[in-house]
Design a protein around this ligand. Structure first.
Ligand code: ADP
Ligand code: MG
Length: 466
């Protein structure tokens, strides 16, 4: 927990460059791609920055990285460093990557966990659980956005097999779903070291099913899954259209519930919103407790930044945390990315963390945001989404089919821009600020109650934030 974002040699500008490069790519690439291909990479940067050697775990990955990503990596490194660079790929030897070039210890652990064979036994309790011990309840900041989910998770971890089975947690990317899952597993193991816990990403489950199918090892597969005390299965939306997997999962599900083992699932949407998953599975998903994780509110974002900075051995002044939290709103992953950039920038330039420094470190990110979220943009996006005319945003018409999207747009304008209520009213055809206030209160209250509205707002927010 205490290892720094950059290793002991934090001042190493080569590593700082590589870290920033990774952060940029994390923003650019789809999460799954980034996690699979880029995150496990390690690099060594020549002192004069003329050459970067990137270490890849095996031959297969190396070919793929060469084909798909070398161009991107080179362009990014050159852009960041402002000079030509030679980028070479090399196979990672056992010592090379972990000791010298892993940007963070945590990344190293995660990468190792990801490449490990799922079936391997671990010496600890004779069972490979795939838990990341760094993700616990202790370092999961609580706020109104995750209070329900956190409380339910805590309950499950303390009394598995009782209430809330299955527990279904859903929400947008980077909001802490995976963290919460690991926290449950870690707590359960801490309390009951003998229990069989397995964390698995849905895609890995799919590939386990395929393997069992090809190798005709379904008995082992069944034994492995059906004997668990706690199954944590992440991102079940990936089961879409995988019939065979859905069937096996259904079997495992029934077997586990029958013996009062606990099942926790996450997804990017609520069960009924899942596409291409069999109805009988969807209704099982929804048969315990379903809870949402919302994007973190301002205070929570501030707390997360301050806590993470401390765990990285730095101090982020509250006003800086506030500035960052105001400007980086969508999710915790981005918040972490912003923090990493700021810490790297501060170490690299040997300057204290201030708002000015944060502004410089986040220059790219801030300019993108400012460009994207304007009231006009919100009006257009909301009108498109609800299939009404943009002109209806300013018109005096009152039918619900128009008035409601208009209120939603006002709500989003308040939430996503820095504009005041009167300014927003002005931009909505010269309406009074009390009309805007009413809309904001109404939508934010309804959002707590209506899953569907909440979901729609999520989509709109994600769209607007780009
Ligand atoms: P998701 O699975 O919802 O996409 P993750 O669990 O991977 O999100 O979270 C993204 C990152 O943000 C992780 O590094 C996680 O530790 C961190 N994180 C998310 N929520 C919190 C929180 N409430 N407090 C502290 N860190 C958090
Ligand atoms: Mg996740």
């Amino acid at each position: 927990m205490n290892e720094g974002i950059l290793p002991q040699d934090a001042g190493d500008p080569g590593l700082a460059l590589w870290q920033i490069c990774l952060d940029e790519l994390a923003q650019e690439l789809p999460e799954q791609q980034f996690n699979t291909w880029i995150k496990p990479l390690t690099a060594q940067v020549a002192e004069d920055f003329s050459k970067v050697t990137i270490f890849v775990a095996n031959r297969f990955k190396l070919d793929w990285i060469r084909a798909q990503y070398v161009g991107k990596l080179t362009a990014m490194l050159e852009r960041l460093q402002g000079q030509k660079m030679v980028v070479e790929l090399a196979l990672a030897t056992r010592e090379a990557p972990v000791k010298t070039a892993f940007a963070t210890q945590k990344a190293a652990q995660e990468a190792l966990a990801e490449t490990a064979e799922p079936v391997e036994d671990s010496p600890a309790n004779g069972f490979k659980n795939r838990l990341n011990t760094a993700l616990t309840f202790d370092n999961l900041v609580e706020g109104s956005a995750n209070r329900m989910a956190r409380a339910a998770a805590m309950h499950v971890a303390s009394m598995p097999g009782h209430l809330y089975n299955p527990l279904f947690i859903y929400g947008g990317v980077g909001l802490g779903k995976t963290h919460l899952m690991h926290a449950i597993g870690n707590k359960m193991l801490a309390d009951r070291p003998d229990s069989k816990v397995l964390y698995i990403h849905a895609e890995q489950f799919v590939s386990d099913v395929v393997k069992a199918y090809q190798r005709k090892t379904f008995d082992e597969f069944k034994y492995r899954y059906h004997s668990l005390d706690l199954l944590l299965i992440d991102d079940v939306q990936f089961f879409a259209n995988k019939d065979r997997t859905q069937e096996e999962f259904f079997n495992a599900f029934e077997a586990l519930l029958a013996k009062k083992s606990h099942i926790v699932m996450t997804s990017d949407t609520y069960p009924k919103g899942l596409a291409d998953i069999h109805e009988r599975l969807v209704s099982r998903f929804d048969s315990g407790l379903t809870v949402a994780i919302e994007p973190p509110e301002l205070e929570m974002r501030v707390a997360i930044l301050i806590n993470k900075a401390i765990s990285e051995g730095s101090v982020m002044p509250e006003e800086v945390a506030f500035f960052v939290a105001k400007n980086v709103r969508s999710n915790v992953r981005e918040l972490e990315g912003a923090l990493r950039k700021i810490l790297a920038y501060s170490r690299f330039n040997q300057k204290d963390i201030s708002i000015q420094l944060a502004r410089e470190a986040l220059r790219d990110l801030l300019s993108i945001q400012n460009r994207q979220i304007s009231v006009e943009n919100i009006q257009k996006t909301v009108a498109d989404y609800y299939k009404i005319k943009v002109a209806d945003m300013y018109s005096k018409k009152r039918p619900a089919s128009i008035a409601r999207p208009r209120q939603i747009a006002m709500y989003l304008a308040k939430e996503l821009t820095q504009k005041s209520l009167p300014e927003i009213g002005e931009l909505f055809g010269g309406r009074d600020h009390t009309t805007v206030l009413h809309a904001v209160r109404k939508i934010s209250a309804e959002r707590q109650q209506l899953t569907e509205l909440n979901q729609q707002l999520h989509v709109l927010e994600q769209t607007l934030k780009g």
